[in-house]
Write a protein that binds this ligand. Sequence first.
Ligand code: 13P
Length: 223
Amino acid sequence: MIAGNWKMYRGPDPRALREALGDLPHVVAPPFTRLSDCVAAGLTTYAQNVHWESEGAFTGEVSSPMLQELGVTGAIVGHSERRQYFGETDLGVARRAHAALQAGLGVIACVGETGEQRESGDTETVLRVQVESIGDLCGTHENLVIAYEPVWAIGTGKTATPEMAQEAHAFIKSLLDVPVLYGGSAKPENAHELLSQPAVDGALVGGASLDIESFVAICRIHS
Ligand code: 13P
């Protein structure tokens, strides 16, 4: 799977993107306001987050049934920007993932260490805690995918080396046997090397997914 996380950017024209993608498998995760346009254009569309309840007094949140009503087929959960800036916890992330899977959505659950944690040798400990909390609630559900996104590689232009990615992905798979995507400054120039690692099953692309040509190029490399 190659998934594009548009974050809080308006993103490319969904119809132009759909046309450029042709038959290439893809997922796009636009901001909430663009979900309908992406679905209408025929793109495989995920939300960037989803709540664990189906409705209730949870201002600012959106539920799985609400997404499904729009034709959205999955959601990202636990992105490091949600954890870092919005206080999302391992348990909350696991609950979001579990509810979305129960509702029939696909889930991309994000994990990853900060630069400081890597430097202090804590990468595996951090990944273990994050992955096990998701695994404890969700198990190896067939619609669950993990995204390994080292926080120090997100939006920085610094990419994990293919060896680092392979090592982290293999470790994650030893804890929970599901597909693992790589995320963190993935672009057409480095996609081939990263995607050719045996434990790298795809990519979660941020910045480069906002450019039609770059995103299509990465999808093509993977196909
Ligand atoms: P960049 O590709 O911009 O580094 O972002 C990665 C990411 O956070 C995808 O979810």
